[in-house]
Design a protein around this ligand. Sequence first.
Ligand code: UDX
Length: 446
Amino acid sequence: MAVIAQKCPHIKVTVVDMNAKLIAAWNTNSLPIYEPKLDEVVFEARGRNLFFSTDIDANLIAADIIFVCVNTPTKTHGIGAGSASNIKNVEACARNIARVCTTPKIIVEKSTVPVKTGEAIARIVASCGNGVAHSVLNNPEFLAEGTAIDDLWAPSRVLIGGSNDAAVEKLVSVYANWVPRERIITTNLWSSELSKLVANAVLAQRISSINSISALCEATHADVDEVARAVGMDYRIGKYFLKSSVGFGGSCFKKDILNLVYLCQSYGLHEVAEYWNQVVKINDYQMKRFANNMIKNMFNTITGKKICLLGFAFKKDTGDVRETAAAYVAKYLLEERASIAVYDAKVSADSMFEELKYTNGVDETTIPELKKLITISNTDVYAAATGAHALAVMTEWDEFKTLDYERIFGLMVKPAFIFDGRNILDHAKLRKIGFEVHAIGKVFEA
Ligand code: UDX
């Protein structure tokens, strides 16, 4: 919304939310999320044509186009628990719009939704409304965190699904203020909804494919980065999303794949469901394999040993920890009674503990003295490494490439291990310093 406001000064954009604390934070100079370049965009437009408000009803009534951007988490209970998306927040928005709006609105599903949610919204606003004909469009968001602003400024494509041509054209004309027309594609509602799930599933599938091969590389002494390079140079395949890692995270990939799996199952397409489910299974396997490799190489025991995790965010340039591989690995290490010192410049202790509990069920009841066993620093990586038996790279933050590893080596217990879960460090140099280095999909001869 900030980018729409920035690129379209003639359009008034108001972001509304029930959460007054969040809205208040968006109105300060310290925005509630870290995303490169977001500050400059918000500061340019805020107060001019970008506003943040808790007055939901008045702003719905005043709007021509309403973007529904609420979250759709994986269901934790009832039918489809663990795989289907819960669309209760989307439904609540639809009912709110129907209740207060007396003029026709264009309702845009921006949240990633199960296929056919648009139909549900259309039925709700038609049956609970004030007799006005609203239109429902789907406009999935393809931005990636860490590069969100660049992705929005120059999107690979904008996708708009819907059957009301006038409404579609109105939304096209908003994006056309900065996106070339040939990159704005229109389709029907269901294709649009499904395209978002499939885009994320295919991206994640590439990562699981190369991660599965990383295990084979370790067994055969091939090098996964070399394999990815050779494979990716085939222009039909391409080089992106073939970087082997400790596992993919983020709020979208797992959730959207499970959503796709559930959709297939509900249409009786069990083979198709199982095909996509494997993408998630390989990711779980990769995270567990990483933790197991750490334990195995550290003489089969990490009980009482200090381990320093470099990074906790699910990728670099974001403070987001949702579904981060670091939390899964931390859980496995904590279950072995290791102590963990995390260093991540952008992740707060609160969000780390929330994610450990929400996704991994780790709290003081499952891991007694949790807050003593795992700590996080935003400022001092060297203190985090002091007395550690191992460093493990969880996030590919650029700063990890240029740390003073001679100094870190001096601070650690020997043998000093490095487990590079992102393959970003200079392994030869580290081995020269004296580290025992382990990386994904590589074996170093002694
Ligand atoms: C993703 C999609 O890229 C985006 O189009 C969609 O709108 C939302 O979901 P995001 O989750 O922000 O975006 O990050 P992305 O860059 O896709 O990375 C997801 C995860 O995969 C991260 O944990 C990342 O580290 C990992 N990854 C990515 C790899 O392990 N290897 C790769 O080659 C690429």
